[in-house]
Ligand binder design. Structure first.
Ligand code: NDP
Length: 353
């Protein structure tokens, strides 16, 4: 009796296991089939696709969603853009007490979502602007068709690439004097670069700081003559020609100084130590336009060219906003303004289709 009971239990157990196994197998196949069908048929079509999640992208999203354009926004790798790497933002209108970069960007994101923007984490890795609707590939895989596109991918500030520079980012190292200069009031700082940005930032900082070193790798400034004159006529700016930065030093509390090399790589090379609280990079920006280059006209630095006061690019239906098309102003608020203009341009474009 006992043996019979055990054998029927074993048969039952075996049958159930087989059923369970088959069930899992079918379920897995179904999931795979569904996925396959989505990839096969699910090429998504959107009216307005926004690429980038800085102030330009989110502002474009706010305006486009309020205009019932049902925008889809792909954030890019750094959700919230350049401002998420700054600490305090005091010059963005609407925040009388100031706001941190991450909080500002979170506010903008929530505002865009409030009106229905579909915000997705993803990177546009390929575009085909030769077909209508435009065909975009996200994360090398997903295909999206878009009637209109707003490029708001921003620009990336260049850094020297020193490990010590990484260590003091946000603790003395900054790539934006207009954003962070105020925190160095009455202190000594250095600006690296010899172009218009470096001269402009050095002059701006000289109005706030006790002393500004302008660290220039060549024996001349690349900046315009007018800008150079402003630098040379400002008594608290000291230009250090032919100096390269070797390393930065300090404590966990912040930056304390920089070791420079005068005439690096020559027999006259010598180390120069400067005591500074702030180190500002002004060695240029790289606009994030590589993926669009085949279709979209840019200037020689890679900034997208737009038509007159509009945000229209050379491809009808593709618009550009923010730092990706602005080598001059590069502020959060100017980016937001051009994002607004891009959404209005898209609205007009779609209405005329
Ligand atoms: P630029 O490319 O003109 O200048 C970059 C500067 O950084 C150069 O002096 C360059 O040195 C230096 N540099 C680059 N790499 C390094 C490095 N690794 N170490 C040390 N120094 C380095 O960039 P800007 O941002 O100054 O200007 C960009 C454009 O925007 C320009 O066309 C400029 O005229 C424009 N602009 C106009 C303004 C205005 O009109 N008000 C204001 C700001 C910018 P080197 O000379 O040796 O190559």
């Amino acid at each position: 009796m006992g043996v019979q009971c055990w054998s029927s239990f074993a048969v039952l157990f075996f049958r159930s296991s087989v059923f369970l196994f088959l069930y899992i197998l079918i379920a897995l196949r179904k999931i795979k089939m569904v996925k396959f069908m989505q990839e096969e048929n699910g090429v998504e079509k959107v009216k307005c696709l926004i690429i980038g999640s800085g102030p330009a992208g989110y502002t474009a999203a706010i305006y486009a969603s309020r205009a019932n354009l049902n925008p889809v926004l792909y954030t890019g790798l750094q959700m919230g853009g350049q401002l998420t790497t700054t600490t305090e933002v005091e010059n963005f209108p609407g925040y009388p007490e100031g706001v941190t970069g991450p909080v500002l960007m979170e506010d903008l994101r929530r505002q865009a979502e409030r009106f229905g923007t579909d915000i997705r984490f993803g990177i546009v890795t390929k575009v085909d602007f030769s077909v209508r609707p435009f065909r975009l590939t996200v994360d090398e895989e997903k295909q999206v068709l878009a009637e209109a596109v707003i490029i708001a991918t921003g620009a990336t500030a260049r850094y020297l690439g020193l490990p010590s520079e990484e260590r003091f980012k946000g603790l003395g190292v900054s790539a934006c004097a207009t954003c962070d200069g105020f925190f160095y009031k009455g202190k000594e700082v250095a600006v690296v670069g010899g172009g218009d940005t470096a001269c402009e930032e050095a002059t701006y900082l000289a109005g706030l700081c006790r002393k500004v070193y302008l660290v220039v790798r060549k024996n001349y400034l690349r900046a315009s003559k007018a800008m150079q004159e402003r630098v040379f006529n400002t008594p608290n700016i000291e230009v250090l020609f032919e100096h390269n930065t070797k390393e930065l030093y300090g404590t966990d509390m912040g930056l304390e100084g920089a070791r420079l090399l005068y005439k690096m790589g020559t027999p006259e090379e010598k180390e120069v130590d400067i005591r500074i609280d702030g180190f500002f990079l002004a060695i240029g920006h790289t606009p994030n336009t590589a993926v669009f280059k085949e279709y979209i006209a840019t200037d020689e630095q890679g900034y997208i060219l737009t038509e007159g006061k509009s945000t229209k690019t050379n491809v009808a239906g593709v618009f550009a906003a923010g730092d990706v098309m602005d080598p001059v102003y590069r502020q959060g608020i100017t980016s937001a303004g051009s994002g607004c203009r891009a959404a209005i341009d898209v609205e007009h474009y779609l209405a005329e289709l």
